[in-house]
Design a protein around this ligand. Structure first.
Ligand code: BGC
Length: 492
């Protein structure tokens, strides 16, 4: 009887967080002050990148302008969508437009010369404060206070992709990596600077934030930056070994950031407090393009391992399988790098059919995703709600942590797919909680309003609200009343 009741009413657990996710570079610009000190800024403005169509040629300056218009957007999230949370990100280049290298901190390395521990003292935080842009920090405080005043629990992402130019020159790296020492995540000095950033943010913003995401999607940053035929993300290279180095360094960066937040955020902003810290992994559903073809079957399993599993094995078990043979040799085990991960953030979008191209060079260069067959989004991603339940169950069974669905959404300019996408995916989240026993604590739709979709600019629309690029007016899509009702009733 009880079960029937739950199944009929489909009520989500008490305290479930309903939100949308946005990111700094994608949402902040458009109504005033640009953030022009990052690798992403340089990347989308580079003429060569535009001419060879690595990037769209659109400018983030035409974005929704959240940096100035945040009050209206947060009000929409609360009053119109009836959400109780919002996931947003900090732009590293705004907080530290100038280098933090000169703030000397204690760095310990492991036997393999990997950064292992970064130790900061109170004086180091003060020294960082002398380098930081106080106006930017103050603006982030205002944004967070505004969210809290509307009853939105903020989930703060510490790294959602742009890095300051003083750490990464993506054009020089693209053309000749040896010509620069500003190599972004390929260089472990970026991990050290990230530790400083995260310590400083936890110290400065910790009284307003309890829920943190360290790194957003290590796999996408590594794949689209270093394993890409189109070259769409900085620095646009196609080299399996760099892909793995980047992935490894981002996993180490997660651990280092985890320790900083735990050390420097001691104050509670909500009943969750003082700090719950997780990694955001993009977990997709992979299937062989031709299930009867053993090569496709093998490749699909391999991609699942490399793209879904690898970063979680690194963060939870210290397994750094650098030759991707799916056997973790003793020298690939770095258990001391396991620092903690309180929850798993799952970004889920679609199903991918994997084909083996058989060039025999390297499996990472041998895979291909076949074009979407049916139920495709504007991006050509195959809509497959069941995949969300699969990845939630898999992640929970394997790593035993609570989960937030930190992104889930659909590219849908014509507003034909969004409502069904939202409902069907929430249906799977519900089954995952009620039938599979997965402790999913919240759901964040990607994204609140149309924004700058990285290398694809504005040709892609994920927003629950469409944005007029001239007037900045927000117009609700058909999914808005649907999401409002679900969030308000806490049930489907
Ligand atoms: C990213 C977002 C992006 C979305 C849609 C996710 O991988 O975190 O920044 O806009 O996918 O492409």
């Amino acid at each position: 009887m009880y079960l029937r009741c739950i199944l009929l009413e489909r009520v989500f657990p008490d305290g479930f967080l309903w939100g949308t996710a946005i990111s700094s570079f994608q949402a902040e610009m458009g109504a005033g002050e640009p953030s022009d000190k990052t690798d992403w800024w340089a990347w989308v403005n580079d003429e060569t990148n535009v001419s060879v169509e690595r990037v769209s040629g659109d400018t983030p300056l035409d974005g929704p302008g959240f940096w100035e218009l945040y009050d209206g957007d947060l009000r929409l999230a609360r009053e119109d969508l009836k959400n109780n949370s919002i996931r947003l990100a900090v732009d590293w280049g705004r907080v530290f437009p100038e280098p933090t290298h000169d703030v000397e901190v204690k760095v310990k390395k492991d036997l393999w010369n990997n950064v292992w521990k970064v130790e900061l003292e109170e004086d180091d935080i003060k020294a960082l404060d002398r380098v930081a842009d106080h106006d930017a920090v103050e603006r982030y405080r205002e944004i967070l206070k505004c969210a809290l005043s509307y009853g939105l629990t903020p989930m703060l992402t510490l790294y959602h992709w742009p890095i300051p130019l003083w750490l990464h020159d993506p054009i020089a790296c693209r053309d000749d990596m040896a010509s620069t020492d500003r190599r972004g995540w390929i260089s472990q000095s970026t991990i050290v600077e990230f530790a400083k950033l995260t310590a400083y943010l936890a110290y400065e913003l910790g009284d307003l934030v309890d829920l943190y995401c360290t790194v957003n999607e290590p796999r996408i940053v590594s794949e689209h930056g270093y394993l890409t035929r189109r070259g769409e993300f900085p620095p646009g290279l196609n080299d399996p070994s760099l892909f793995l180095i980047c992935l490894k360094h981002l996993c180490i960066a997660h651990g280092v950031a985890y320790e900083q937040v735990k050390r420097w955020d001691r104050s509670e902003a909500s009943p969750l407090g003082p700090s719950t810290v997780g990694l955001v992994a993009v977990l997709q559903h992979y299937e062989p393009a031709d299930p009867s073809n053993p090569d496709d079957a093998w490749m699909s399993q391999f991609i699942d391992y490399a793209f879904n599993e690898w970063n979680l094995n690194a963060v939870f078990h210290g397994d750094y399988d650098m030759n991707l043979d799916q056997v973790v040799e003793p020298w690939e085990q770095l258990p001391h790098q396991v620092k903690g991960c309180d929850y798993i953030g799952v970004n889920y979008y679609a199903k991918w059919r994997v084909k083996h191209r058989k060039t025999g060079v390297n499996p990472l260069l041998d895979y291909e995703f076949t074009p979407c067959r049916d139920d495709c989004s504007d991006y050509g991603w195959e809509i497959y709600p069941e995949g969300l339940r699969n990845v939630l169950s898999w992640a929970y069974k394997k790593y035993r942590r609570s989960i937030y669905v930190t992104e889930n959404g659909v590219a849908d300019m014509g507003d034909k797919l969004r409502t069904r996408y939202l409902r069907s995916h929430l249906d799977e989240v519900y089954k995952s909680i009620s039938l599979d026993g997965v402790p999913v604590k919240g759901y964040y739709y990607w994204t609140l309003m149309d924004n700058f979709e990285w290398s694809d600019g504005y040709r892609i629309s994920f927003g629950l609200y469409n944005v007029d690029r001239e007037t900045k007016k927000r117009t609700p899509t058909e999914a808005v009343p649907v999401y409002r009702e679900i969030a308000e009733k806490n049930s489907l």
